[in-house]
Design a protein around this ligand. Structure first.
Ligand code: NDP
Ligand code: MG
Length: 402
């Protein structure tokens, strides 16, 4: 058989997917990609936390072998609704860990939100599954452990985050040793150019309006505070095995260049496109193949000006805090992430101010004990401790208002 035909067949083997977090922004877009390519992808597992209605609807449409609803209060609703279909229903956080080990799955898309995604990603790696990872918090908290395990198991970790997908695409065919640095682009979010006197009055409804991307609530708030970019520099460090100094950030408000790689000869490569997460999701699922789609194409005439500027680390403290956390290493990024998850949740409920979020994170970073070489248990403990500490700070600040 001619070589090119052989390649085609190898690449076109149907992938059997577990989509963790199928009811979220990434999860639903991943299902759009699957629906558009029924000969390439088969959904074996879908999971949600508490959105039973959407999970049931997805299960009826995509007919997986199993679904998991981690919120146990929703189990009966899902079980009853799918009773006449040959779909197994599981519940609880542990079910997420068990299900990724199923033989019938070869690829796991990690699109659960936050620290809650960590154990299932590790379990998928241990079971030798290929992992497409959107769940950046897992890499922020335990990137070293995750990448080490993946290396030991010979498992591919393919980024879904658009910046990291861009870097990954730029690195195809390149020697990682010849990378001088990577440059993550950031849109700057809805408050680009704003100063503290403005930001002090910002509310969640305001921060949820991202200029370029439509995403889940937590990451949209993270984009407005630049914590998202902070998490992404740590994510990039671990994904690509870089030194801290090799990860840079530039503000690029048009979100056309999704990130860049600079090589040791000074040459720069970038990956560009319209801001649409379906593209990096599709690439991660189909890699190393590229598959056709009919998404709108980038037309440079629509973007006569691509602009770049340095981030304002002083106003957007979260970016500086993330950078410092990366430099300190150990369990510090885990503290940063846990504190951030709690304050963002509080901000979404109008229980903390926009600028106060950074203050709370900073205070938490000061009090949680440092662990230089954390084990998985240390991460669990650090996460718990950081959440407890930041919750105390939040309570005190609310009391001081009244
Ligand atoms: P969403 O909030 O839209 O969706 C999160 C998904 O995870 C939902 O399916 C949700 O279930 C599930 N989930 C939430 N909490 C838990 C839990 N404790 N246990 C199990 N499942 C849970 O988030 P996004 O899709 O926006 O983001 C998902 C991940 O992808 C994040 O890590 C984010 O940083 C990353 N990412 C997202 C991008 C985007 O464009 N949205 C871009 C790049 C990265 P339910 O619906 O039932 O609550
Ligand atoms: Mg991103």
């Amino acid at each position: 058989m001619p070589f090119h035909q052989k390649r085609l067949i190898l690449h076109d083997i149907m992938k059997r997917l577990a989509i963790l977090g199928s009811t979220g922004s990434i999860g639903t877009q991943a299902l759009d990609v699957v629906a558009a390519n029924p000969s390439l992808f088969q959904v074996e597992v879908l999971t949600a936390h508490s959105n039973a209605t959407l999970l049931i609807e997805q299960a009826k449409r995509f007919k997986p072998n199993a679904v998991v609803v981690t919120d146990e209060r929703k189990y009966k609703e899902v079980k009853d609704a799918l009773a006449l279909l040959p779909i197994k229903v599981f519940t609880g956080a542990k079910a997420l860990v068990d299900i990724v080990q199923w033989e019938g799955i070869d690829t796991v898309l990690g699109a659960v939100l936050g620290f809650a995604g960590l154990h299932s990603i590790l379990a998928a790696i241990d079971a030798g599954k290929r992992v497409a990872i959107a769940n950046k918090e897992t890499l922020v908290v335990a990137g070293e452990l995750v990448m080490q395990r993946a290396k030991e198991k010979g498992v591919a970790i393919i980024p879904v985050d658009s910046e990291h997908s861009a870097i990954f695409q730029c690195l195809v065919g390149e020697d990682i040793q010849k990378v001088e640095k990577v440059i993550l682009t950031a849109s700057g979010g809805p408050f680009l150019g704003r100063k503290p006197n403005y930001l002090v009055n910002v509310k969640a409804t305001h921060a949820l309006q991202h200029p370029n991307w439509v995403m889940g609530a937590k990451i949209t708030i993270d984009s407005s505070t630049l914590m998202n970019k902070g998490l992404e520099i740590i994510e990039a460090k671990w994904l690509f095995g870089l030194e801290n100094e090799q990860v840079d950030v530039v503000i690029h408000p048009q979100s056309v260049i999704h990130s860049m790689v600079q090589f040791t000869d000074g040459s720069l490569k970038s990956q560009m496109g319209l801001p649409d997460m379906k593209l990096p999701i599709q690439y991660a699922l189909s890699f190393p193949n590229r598959i056709f789609n009919n998404y709108k194409r980038l037309d440079f005439k629509d973007f006569p000006k691509l602009t770049f500027e340095a981030p304002d680390y002083k106003t957007f403290r979260n970016l500086a805090l993330a950078k410092e956390s990366m430099q300190r290493g150990g369990n510090v990024p885990c503290v940063l992430n846990a504190a951030n998850e709690v304050v963002v949740h509080a901000f979404l409920q109008n229980k903390v101010g926009f600028l106060e979020m950074s203050e709370m994170i900073e205070k938490t970073l000061e009090v949680v004990p440092f662990v230089a070489h954390p084990t998985i248990d240390d991460y669990m403990h650090t996460d718990k401790e950081a959440r407890a500490q930041v919750t105390e700070f939040l309570k005190k600040s609310q009391l001081s208002i009244y």
